[in-house]
Design a protein around this ligand. Structure first.
Ligand code: GAR
Length: 211
């Protein structure tokens, strides 16, 4: 397929955005980031975008119905006609229109090994807290296609990190961050290559085109 233009949805620090910006800069990934959209004006990810000369938009969530908010995000995205939309720490769940407008064009990175520790309410530090209190010995990250079911779309890539004795959500997040950043770059590369197919809920490498 090839990705001339990527769009990012962010809410926070933007280390995953930065990893993709760096991979493009290094010539490891081809294409460019057309826009970074945040729901929070104070998101550090926006500063990273400014520093990289990438257009930004802030669409704050108010008390409007989710459909209205979703329509505003979709309108903004459509201005850029993105080949791939990357949800990289975007802490909102958008309405149906989002997925139906961009079928098979949206991926998300999640800070745990889905299908565990995912779905509504599982985001950011809350995920790490739940992993630690479950007693799990390993955690990890998942990059997956976004479908209507939250955190349940076809899994593109996962990598693991150990959960150490005495871990806090912060120490576990710090261990996972570089692994997740790398995994997202690798997953974007795979999706943009088009050399995969979707079998059930799994993305299988090495085959051209979608099923
Ligand atoms: C990442 O760990 C990402 O998986 C998580 O937020 C962090 C954003 O980091 N996303 C979620 O929890 C969404 N369910 P970043 O802003 O440094 O890229």
């Amino acid at each position: 397929m090839g990705c001339r233009s990527l769009a990012f949805l962010v809410s926070g620090n933007g280390t995953n955005l930065q990893a993709v910006m760096d991979a493009i800069e290094a010539g490891e990934l081809h294409g460019s980031i057309a826009v970074v959209i945040s729901d929070r004006p104070e998101a550090h990810a926006l500063r990273r975008a400014y520093a990289g000369g990438i257009p930004t938009a802030v669409i704050e969530r108010g008390h409007e119905p989710i459909e209205e908010y979703t329509a505003a995000v979709v309108r903004e995205l459509k201005k850029y006609d993105p080949d791939l939309i990357v949800m990289a720490g975007f802490m909102r769940i958008l309405g149906r229109e989002f997925v139906s407008e961009f079928p098979k064009k949206i991926i998300n990175t999640h800070p745990a090994l889905l299908p565990c520790f995912g779905g509504r309410g599982f985001y950011g530090a809350m995920v790490h807290r739940a992993v630690i209190s479950s007693g799990a010995r390993f955690s990890g990250c998942t990059v997956h296609f976004v479908t209507e079911a939250v955190d349940a779309g076809p899994i593109i890539m996962q990598r693991i990190v150990p959960v150490e004795d005495g871990d806090t959500p912060e120490t576990l997040a710090d261990r996972l961050r570089p692994v997740e950043n790398r995994t997202l770059v690798d997953a974007v590369k795979l999706v943009c290559s088009g050399a995969y197919s979707i079998r059930g809920n799994r993305v299988v490498r090495g085959q051209e085109g979608h099923q």
